[in-house]
Write a protein that binds this ligand. Structure first.
Ligand SMILES: [Zn+2]
Length: 168
């Protein structure tokens, strides 16, 4: 999937997280936006192992290093890395930041799920090299554009639910 589709999915995941995990009485626009941004960053994070990706261009040295060691769709596309990061976050982060970590992880999950929708698949249980694929949606094709439209509609719907829960 393209970076734009990943960001749309991450925003939808972030809004869904806000709607499901943050009680309506405690929702604030600023917090909801920050959680959605955290999920959107998480949605492009796994491609840090590709120097040409949105995330890879932000940190080209790290990206090139990761790609040379693990290849694209290697360690950053398996759940082990994120399980360890989440465990470390829960252990070391202040409780008030855990929702941001969880939102980030929702974005990461959206990325992994979308990457499983094309035939290349991902090594979900890295370091086991077997790749998992759920569908064969070609990169940037009509089906991906249709998926992006569905995600955009989902963002509007979930965003509306969040706003209604918070302010109405
Ligand atoms: Zn990816």
């Amino acid at each position: 999937m393209t970076g734009k589709t990943h960001v749309l999915a991450g925003a939808a995941a972030g809004l869904a997280f806000v709607h499901l995990a943050v009680p309506a009485a405690e929702r604030e626009v600023t917090t909801a936006l920050l959680l959605t941004v955290a999920a959107s960053i998480g949605s492009i994070f796994p491609d840090i192992d590709e120097p040409k990706s949105k995330m890879g261009r932000k940190v080209p040295i790290v990206s090139s290093l990761l790609k040379s060691i693990f290849g694209h769709r290697g360690i950053t596309h398996g759940i082990l890395l994120y399980a360890l990061c989440y465990a470390a976050g829960v252990h070391f982060l202040d409780v008030k930041y855990l929702d941001y970590l969880r939102a980030f992880m929702c974005g990461v999950c959206s990325h992994l799920l979308l990457d499983m929708l094309n035939s290349s698949g991902i090594p979900l249980f890295w370091p086991v090299s077997k790749k998992f694929s759920l569908a064969r949606i070609p990169l940037g094709g009509t089906m991906e554009r249709g998926l992006a439209v569905v995600l955009g509609i989902g963002i509007l719907g979930i965003g509306t639910l969040c706003l209604r829960g918070a302010f109405i």
